[in-house]
Design a protein around this ligand. Structure first.
Ligand SMILES: Nc1nc2c(ncn2[C@@H]2O[C@H](COP(=O)(O)OP(=O)(O)OP(=O)(O)O)[C@@H](O)[C@H]2O)c(=O)[nH]1
Ligand SMILES: [Mg+2]
Ligand SMILES: [Zn+2]
Length: 328
């Protein structure tokens, strides 16, 4: 695979906008309503009154504001430069291990900002449905205090096995949606749910985040790719988070698929709060700080409920996260 350098990538993006004959204007007054669409190394594209502007992120900007900008950011522009960032309502970030740093330190990677609702997109098949991955996203979003729903896409391929997984999450009280791009199932329902919101699509590669974005935004330039036949895994078609506006007050940030979600940096005692079905029993263990992990069965109410009101799969999923945090 050829890696495109920053400069080349920027040239490509510029061409892409030119091709669409969208105006790339010069802005000369202060304006508070610009929203960041996409960023490159030294530049950013922003929306302002339904037009696209290209702005520079020069060194001066970096030293004055000392912040990086992300899709979804509201920015203040002057003379084609970003001079300020409006205070963010929230940021969606994840920890990523950085092997270039000593000790493989985990760095915080912001994906996007000002999110009203996150859509955890999974495919019922192709790639394989991994409920543990849903649980990890739930932890991340609960910890970030960002509302979310689960979108089970590719429901044209649905079988009983996956339906039972959907039933479980429904029963637990999570808002679930069954979509299919192929059959156009629940696309209107999805539109209703995300109307008047700034939403973000997150999930594994190849699950259909860009396909769903395209079904709503109707933008032919959104890249969608087929599943790699050998690995049956997505191909990481989307390479950068990007903001799309689809009506006056509604927008979608489409993101690149991720392989895994590292939760090592979370507090080990925090995780149990994010498994809904534990809430009734969390305080019923012998010790208040029970981790529901290596404590003896007779002391732990959660362990006693496994196979009853807590499924073995969800409990295993919880233990996997705890194990990961404790092993850091
Ligand atoms: N059968 C079926 N295929 C779908 C559906 N939605 C998307 N696909 C296919 O799944 C493949 C991957 O779709 P993308 O939209 O590129 O997936 P993505 O989540 O954006 O992937 P990344 O950008 O790599 O993260 C494409 O071949 C789509 O045509 C669906 O509802 N049913
Ligand atoms: Mg994509
Ligand atoms: Zn316990």
């Amino acid at each position: 695979m050829i890696k495109i350098g920053h400069k080349k990538r920027y040239e490509n993006i510029k061409k892409e906008y030119k091709k669409k004959e969208q105006k790339i204007n010069f802005i000369s007054q202060y304006d508070e309503t610009s929203i960041v669409i996409e960023t490159t190394y030294n530049n950013a594209f922003v929306y302002n009154n339904n037009e696209i502007y290209e702005v520079t992120l020069d060194k001066k900007f970096k030293s004055i504001i000392n912040k990086t900008i992300y899709p979804g950011d509201k920015v203040v522009l002057k003379d084609n430069k970003i001079v300020d960032i409006v205070k963010r309502r929230n940021t969606l970030f994840r920890f990523k291990s950085d092997s270039t740093k000593l000790n493989n330190i985990n760095t915080k990677q912001i994906i996007a900002t000002n999110i009203d609702l996150a859509i955890i997109v999974v495919a019922v098949k192709e790639p394989l449905l991994h409920p543990k991955f849903i649980d990890r996203y739930i932890v991340l979003l609960e910890a970030s205090d960002i509302p979310y729903i689960i979108c089970f896409n590719k429901c044209d391929l649905l079988t009983e096995k996956e339906q039972s997984i959907i039933d479980l999450y429904n029963k637990l009280g999570y808002k679930c949606l069954k979509t299919s791009i192929k059959n156009k199932d629940s696309i209107e329902e999805l539109k209703d749910l995300i109307n008047n919101k700034q939403v973000i699509f997150v999930g594994h590669s190849g699950v259909g985040k860009s396909s769903l974005t395209n079904a709503i935004v109707n933008n032919k330039d959104i890249k969608i790719n087929s599943i790699g036949s050998k690995s049956n895994k997505g191909r990481h078609t989307t390479i950068k988070a990007k903001y799309y506006k689809w009506n006056k007050n509604s927008s979608i940030i489409d993101t690149p698929g991720i392989r895994s979600l590292d939760l090592k940096n979370y507090n080990v005692y925090e995780i149990k709060k994010y498994f809904k079905e534990f809430s009734l029993y969390n305080d019923m263990c012998k010790y208040q700080d029970c981790l529901h992990y290596e404590e003896p069965l007779e002391y732990c109410k959660i362990k006693q409920m496994v196979g009853l009101n807590i499924t073995k799969e969800r409990y295993d999923s919880y233990c996997k996260i705890i194990e990961e945090i404790l092993s850091k």
